[in-house]
Every structure is written in structure tokens, then in C-alpha cells.
Design a protein around this ligand. Structure first.
Ligand SMILES: *Cc1c(COP(=O)(O)O)cnc(C)c1O
Length: 396
């Protein structure tokens, strides 16, 4: 039986756990920067599956690489080596400048691994287990218990306390607030180079540099979460590369597989050889041949298609257009962000605007109640930006 959109939505609400307030649309297929629902309506996509589908939909090279891998081998296990994962790890090292890679299935799991690596590093130094991690207010690191424990949003954490413990929160871009949380037990300082869900707050260069110096001085590990702001979205492959401040451990996911669920945590050689060893960490799926093939082809296409150049050009144009909107409408407070990770801050909730935009054929998302977040596929053009602004303005 073929159902219409409303019937599918009713079926969904009978079967799926109610953890989302979904928009009333059933998406069916994608092409380039456009999505189509099951009734054939076309949408310009400025969400990209939450900063995931960087290359645009229905990319032939990407699809062919995955199909070829499916016909060959989808999964083995980490008891054996596989070529796609080996190649992907090499390319990821090159793109990031980090030395050691562990593939996960999601962003949250990458954060979990980063926390474990930091705790093990500290444990190997003094044999104790009560080390502390400093994370930031307004941060978002994922929904599993460890990642949730370092997420600086009490609303997400409250019902699930106690978390993993020994987490202290500081204010992003306020070095003194970090200093107030540092103790001789601090093993890591963790934050997103550009806060995403929490409201698009980029780290300031000065802050990053001072935290890096503090970490060096006290042998504290700097962990940067690049799950949303990484993979080219800032105009650099990883946003920290812009500041020349290298983390000891970093996380990446979202656009890493462009839709195939894969993440990774990476570390320097020094941390790699002074933390997790055989038996300390594992995953059944992580870095399987299908995920490896996805990461490999994504990183190839980033180079071949000059994704970073496009982000720098179109990102600057998007900034300009959003700044214009912020000047024009008194209820828009400001624009914040980097490259193709931008936020438009309103003085009121944006839910209604986003719903209207959807009706008008534009997919947008929020970041907190008052901020519209722009995280389009990284292949968008200036014309797509113009098209977006036209629809958005008609909804204001
Ligand atoms: C999305 C996100 C996560 C969690 O990733 P999942 O794949 O949803 O588990 C963690 N950190 C940041 C910065 C994110 O944006």
C-alpha cells in the first residue's frame, strides 16, 4: 500500500520513540543541494543532515565507491586489517596533521574515546583515578553518558545524573574562568573549536593560545571537538588549523563519512604511545570496510573538488548576506560563525520562521531557541545563497 505523507507520519508516531519533535515532512531523495519529499516537493537544503552531507546529494563518485565496496565486503571486524580503513586512516592523518586514528560509529563515541584516552594518559602518570576534565558551558558533545557529562547544558543532563563525575565547567573564551577550574587533578580541557548546538560561538584565537600554553605548562591534554566545525566547514580542514593551535586529541564525525555513520578520535604520537593499549578500547563496527571506503572517497573528493576554496568563497558571501539581514531587521541581533557554519541570532524564538521556510521550500535548523543555524552542503554556490536569502526574507 502506498501511503501519503500524513499517513507515514502517523505510522512513525506509532512506532518510533518520541524523542524528537519532527518537522511534518517525509524526505525521499536528494540531488546536489536539493532534497525532495515523497510527494515530490523540492527543498533547498541549508541543513545537510546537520552538517553531514558536505559533498551534496547523489554525488556519483561517492555513490559508486560505496556501491563497489558493498559488492566486495561491508564488514569484517577489528580482529583483522582491511584496506579501506588503512587508506582512510592515512588520508585522515594527512588532512588533520594528527598521528593516530581510532574509528568510531558516531560523534558521541569519538568523544567517549577521547575522554578514555585522556583519563588513561593521566592514570599512567600517577596511578590514581580521580582526574578531572574541564569542559565549557553551552557546549554539546553528544548523548551517551560520558559525552553527556561534558555537555554544558543542564537541560540535557538533568534527568540522567549522575554523569561520569569529576567534570568542571568553565566559560568559553574566558581564560580566567578556566583557571578557576584548574586543579592538580586536571587531566584534560575539552571544547569545540566553534561551538555548534550551543549557539555558534567560535573560540577566540587568544583564548585558544592561552589554553594551549596552560596545557603545555601543566601536562594537561587539550581535546578539541571538531565534530561539527571540522571537515572543511570553517574554510580549513579542521578549524584549529586556522589558529595554529594543535590539540593533543581531537574528535571528528558528521561530514567525515558524508552520511555513512562514522567518526574518529585522533591523537598525537605522544598521547598515542602513553594512553590506550590493546584491550583498553574497542568497537565492533568502527572502521569497517564500508565506513573506511566512505571516509576514503570523501577525503579524495574534498581535494579533487576544491571544497575548502568553495567554503572560503561562498562562506564569505554568506557572511556578507547574513550581515545585511542583521542590519536590515531590528529583531535580528547579529550574525556569528565561520565559513559555512553560521548563526543568525534573533531577539525572539525562530521556530516559526523555520517552519515557514520549510513550507516555502527551504530547510533550516536552529541552534538554541533564538538562533537560525546555517550548515549547508559545502558545495553550495553563491546563487544558492541568494535563493536561500530570498526565501528566508519572505518568511521574516
Ligand atoms: C553532533 C555533535 C556530537 C555528537 O555526534 P553524534 O554523531 O550525534 O553522536 C558531538 N559533538 C559535536 C560538536 C557535535 O556537533
Amino acid at each position: 500500500m502506498i501511503m501519503d505523507m500524513q499517513q507515514y507520519i502517523e505510522e512513525a508516531e506509532k512506532a518510533l520513540l518520541h524523542t524528537y519533535n519532527r518537522y511534518q515532512v517525509v524526505l525521499d531523495r536528494g540531488d546536489g543541494v536539493y532534497l525532495y519529499d515523497i510527494e515530490g516537493k523540492k527543498y533547498l537544503d541549508f541543513c545537510a543532515g546537520i552538517a553531514v552531507f558536505a559533498l551534496g546529494y547523489n554525488n556519483k563518485r561517492y555513490n559508486d565507491a560505496l556501491k563497489a565496496q558493498i559488492d566486495k565486503l561491508i564488514h569484517t571486524s577489528n580482529y583483522y586489517y582491511n584496506v579501506p580503513a588503512i587508506e582512510a586512516a592515512g588520508k585522515l592523518k594527512k588532512a588533520s596533521g594528527m598521528d593516530r586514528v581510532f574509528f568510531t560509529n558516531s560523534g558521541a563515541e569519538a568523544v567517549e574515546g577521547a575522554i578514555k584516552a585522556a583519563r588513561k594518559y593521566a592514570y599512567l602518570k600517577d596511578g590514581t583515578t580521580d582526574h578531572e576534565i574541564i569542559a565549557m558551558e553551552h557546549s554539546f558533545h553528544g548523548r551517551t553518558m560520558g559525552a553527556l557529562s561534558v555537555t554544558g547544558n543542564p537541560k540535557y543532563r538533568e534527568a540522567f545524573e549522575p554523569g561520569i563525575g569529576n567534570i568542571r565547567f568553565a566559560e568559553m573564551n574566558d581564560f580566567d574562568s578556566v583557571m578557576r577550574q584548574v586543579t592538580y587533578k586536571t587531566c584534560a580541557i575539552l571544547f569545540e573549536t566553534v561551538q555548534g548546538e550551543g549557539g555558534i560561538y567560535p573560540a577566540q584565537e587568544e583564548f585558544l593560545k592561552r589554553v594551549r600554553a596552560l596545557c603545555d605548562e601543566r601536562d594537561i591534554l587539550l581535546i578539541l571537538d571538531e565534530i561539527q566545525c571540522g571537515m572543511g566547514r570553517s574554510g580549513f580542514m579542521y578549524a584549529w588549523q586556522k589558529y595554529g593551535v594543535k590539540p593533543d586529541i581531537m574528535t571528528t564525525a558528521k561530514a567525515l563519512g558524508c552520511g555513512v555513520p562514522v567518526g574518529a578520535f585522533l591523537m598525537t604520537e605522544h598521547v598515542g604511545s602513553h594512553s590506550l593499549v590493546s584491550g583498553d578500547h574497542g568497537t565492533t563496527y568502527g572502521g569497517n570496510p564500508l565506513a573506511g571506503a566512505a571516509v576514503g572517497v570523501v577525503l579524495d573528493l574534498f581535494e579533487e573538488n576544491h571544497i575548502l576554496e568553495n567554503v572560503n568563497q561562498v562562506g564569505a558571501y554568506l557572511e556578507e548576506k547574513l550581515d545585511e539581514l542583521a542590519r536590515k531587521y531590528e529583531f535580528i541581533v547579529e550574525r556569528r560563525g565561520v565559513g559555512l557554519l553560521q548563526g543568525l541570532v534573533f531577539d525572539r524564538p525562530v521556530g516559526e520562521v523555520i517552519a515557514k521556510a520549510l513550507d516555502g521550500g527551504l530547510i533550516l535548523i536552529n541552534a538554541g531557541a533564538n538562533i537560525i543555524r546555517f550548515v549547508p552542503p559545502l558545495v553550495i554556490s553563491r546563487e544558492n545563497v541568494d535563493e536561500m536569502v530570498e526565501i528566508l526574507e519572505s518568511c521574516l
